[in-house]
Structure formats: C-alpha cells, structure tokens
Design a protein around this ligand. Structure first.
Ligand SMILES: *[C@@H]1O[C@H](CO)[C@@H](O)[C@H](O)[C@H]1NC(C)=O
Length: 437
C-alpha cells in the first residue's frame, strides 16, 4: 500500500509539473527544431523535431485511468474528450478521443485502418464509440461491472484509439517520404518522430519509468512471458533505422515502408500476450477469482478488440471464437484457457501474423494479479497462483529427472516442458508485476 501511495504522489507531482509546463508557449525555444541536443529522447530514439507535447498524451492516459479506477466515469470522459496535457500547435488540446474521431480523414488510405473499420461495421470511429460505451455503460456495456468499464475504457483509449494512430504516423512518414517533404506535419514535426512520441511517451523520457503506452505494455509483457522476444528492443532499433532513412537525402521510401510493416507486426505481440494473460485471469477455472474477474473481463475484452480484425482477417473461425470468449459482460473464456491459447497459437506464421512465432510470444509464467487495486482478493490470487506454481515446479522437477534418465535433456525439451505448464493452466509464480498499462 505504501508503495502504491508513493507512486500516486509521484504521479501527482509529475502531472502538476507537466501542467505548469503547459502554460508556456507550444514552441519551446529549448528544443529548436533539428537541435539534437535539446529535442526529446524517447528510450533510445533521439527526435530532431519538437514532439514533446505529443509525448505528453500519456499524462492524459494517467489522468483518465485515475478517474476511471475510482469509477468517476464522467471525469474520465472529460479527459478522454477534452484532453488536459497535450497541446496542439494551434494551442488547443490533443485528445485521446481525437485519434479515433480523425481516423476517417487521416487514415482511410491505410490498410490496417480499413480492415478495422470494416470489421467494426464500417464505423470509422469504432474506437471512440467503444470507449464511450464503456464510460457511459451504454450499448454492449449496459449492465457491465464498474471494474470492467474502467479497464475497458482506458485500455480502449490506449490500445485502440492511440495504437492505431501510432500506425498512422508511420504510414504518414512513408507518405511524407514519397512526397519528398518529411516535415509536412502539424508544427513541422516529422511523422517518424511522432511515432516515437506516441509509442513511448513522456513518462519514459522524463522519469525513466515504463510509461503507460505501448512501450510500457511491451516491457510488462516481457516480464510475464518467459522466453518472449524483446519487442521494445526491436521496435526501438527499427525506429532508429527508419530515422536514418527519413533523414537521408536519398529517400529510400520502399525500405522505410518495409521497416514500418515490421514494426506493425511487432506491435501485435504484446496484444496477443494480453489475450493469453487475460484468458488465464478471466477464466474462473484457471486464474480467475471473484475479485479479479470483472477487471480481467474488461482488459480481455479491450485487448481482444484491439487485435480482432487482424485475427478475423487471418482465420474467421478463430475470430468468432476470440470474440465469443472475451465478452464485455457475462461469462468470459467459456471455452477455457487451453482452448483459447491453442486457437491463438494456430494463427502464428499466417497472414497478419506471418512473422510471429511461438518463441516471440513466449510462455505465460508470471500471470501475477490483475492490476493491483489494493483489494485483498488480489493478494489471495497471487498466493493461489504461487502455490499452484510451486506444485507445478515439483511436477516439473519430477518430469525433468525422469527425462534425464532417458536422455540428456536439450534446451528445446526444457522449453517444451515449461510450455506444458502454461498450457495446463497452472502457470504463474506469484510474481506481482508493477501497475501495468
Ligand atoms: C470475419 O471474416 C469473415 C470472412 O472474411 C467475414 O465474412 C466476417 O464478416 C468477418 N467478421 C466481422 C465481424 O467482420
């Protein structure tokens, strides 16, 4: 609890500091365009245009989450719709809702947006409408649990509204490259810099913590999934590779497009891991407990919605199954954790998951709690998972000794064994991850 209060206090300090910063003019002379010494650095990515205000959209995510988590949905909605921390070059506020509202205007040429729009009944503002339904308890969220609404609304803002905009910025950068004008954007920013700002966020740049955007999500997932790929390492390397192309006079736009596509594929891995994790935590026969089920249901539903168009586009049967197993209300994961995981695994190497392998995704070994809410149920869940993991470890040890007597165990066999543990729905070592985005 102390840690929790301390982190809240720290967040409040960061937020008030940021608010104070906001009072100045948008163009900060400390970050002259093109000055690499003063422009923002997102993880390993050095911007050369001033995209700091864009990066501060993560403060809106934090503010929205703080209201949603105390069920002050009206306040959360006002952050979502009116913004608070991220100014545009015209002096207004950039908003999380705006990413979705502007999608039709800005993204109608991009294939991923087209796929998502089509999947969501040709509704271009599908992400905004999803978040509003969760906030208002309307539509499919009628009668939904408050925790489900809190998680779905914030995750929808992060991984539906903003995540598609990250893809947009990369597409835009390729278009700018083809048009021969890389700063043809709001405030003279480079779209490739904007990608870094919206992927990583200001909290990572200014406080060194994991942040609450896709970058932070990938870090958390990596801790929870043993053997999984270093998604952020790869994304940041690719962003830096792309930056060289953007800044080069030779304009190798096809190569920039290839890098963009590679990043888009990597972004799907933490979402798949999210589905697997919440299949575990929302399944009352595996990791689900009465206290964490409503949260896990909301998170599972939001992660499903953030990736379902790609899933359905790869295999409609899996699409239907995932949709049915992650509803906003009622029984989640009706087919059971194992069955859901198997269906997801069947997608690897195909269509929209062409470049993704089981190794990239790794094995869920630290399910942890569904976001520490300070409820004792969370602690109980952690202990239960820990005990299960202990038993699993004993079984593993026994299996290992048996195998060892037959043949020297190879690395592959070890990996396979731990895979069986997760597939047997007994994963988890009681590790409680930090507050996750
Ligand atoms: C899923 O894909 C199938 C086959 O392409 C399509 O007929 C169906 O409309 C898709 N589902 C949704 C909800 O778009």
């Amino acid at each position: 609890m102390a840690v929790k209060w301390f982190s809240l206090l720290a967040l409040a300090l960061v937020a008030s500091f940021a608010a104070a910063q906001d009072e100045g003019p948008f163009e900060d002379p400390d970050c002259a365009l093109g000055d690499e010494n003063t422009c923002p650095v997102y993880s390993t990515y050095q911007c050369t245009t001033d995209v700091r205000e864009r990066g501060e959209i993560d403060l809106d995510v934090n503010d929205m989450a703080a209201f949603a988590d105390s069920f002050e949905f009206g306040q959360a909605k006002s952050i979502f719709q009116q913004g608070k921390n991220s100014r545009t070059s015209s002096g207004g506020f950039r908003t999380l809702e705006g990413f979705s509202v502007q999608a039709e205007d800005k993204m109608s040429d991009w294939p991923d947006f087209q796929l998502f729009r089509e999947y969501y009944n040709d509704n271009p503002a599908y992400a905004r409408d999803y978040v509003l339904d969760a906030l208002d308890a309307s539509g499919e969220f009628g009668g939904a649990d408050d925790w489900t609404r809190a998680e779905a609304s914030v995750k929808g803002a992060q991984y539906m509204c903003l995540a598609m905009y990250v893809i947009h910025e990369m597409e835009d950068a390729v278009a700018d490259c083809e048009a021969g004008d890389v700063t043809a954007n709001d405030g003279g920013a480079k779209a490739w810099d904007e990608t870094a700002a919206f992927y990583v966020g200001s909290l990572v740049a200014n406080t060194g913590d994991d942040g609450v955007l896709q970058y932070g999500l990938a870090l958390n997932r990596q801790l929870q999934f043993t053997g999984s790929a270093d998604i952020n390492g790869q994304v940041m390397d690719l962003l830096n590779e792309g930056k060289k192309l953007v800044d080069s006079p030779t304009r190798n736009c096809p190569e920039l497009a290839r890098i963009k596509n590679e990043i888009i594929d990597l972004l799907k891995v933490p979402l798949l891991q999210g589905l697997i994790r919440y299949a575990f935590l929302a399944d009352e026969n595996s990791g689900g407990t009465s206290s964490n089920l409503p949260k896990a249901r909301g998170e599972g539903n939001a992660f499903a919605r953030s990736i379902l168009p790609w899933i359905n586009g790869t295999d409609p049967n899996v699409g239907t199954k995932i949709d049915e197993n992650f509803p906003p209300t009622g029984r989640a994961v009706k087919d059971g954790y194992n069955s859901v995981v198997e269906s997801l695994e069947s997608l690897y190497g195909k269509e929209y998951f062409q470049s993704i392998s089981a190794d990239d995704v790794g094995t869920l070994t630290a399910a942890g709690d569904v976001e520490d809410s300070g409820l004792s149920g969370g602690a109980i869940a952690g202990i239960v998972i820990g005990v299960i993991a202990g038993v699993a470890l004993l079984i593993l040890a026994a299996l290992w000794f048996m195998k060892r007597r037959k043949s020297k165990s190879s690395y592959a066999k070890e990996a396979n064994l731990s895979g069986d543990v997760a597939n047997g729905a007994t994963a988890g070592d009681g590790y409680v991850p930090p507050e996750m985005p």
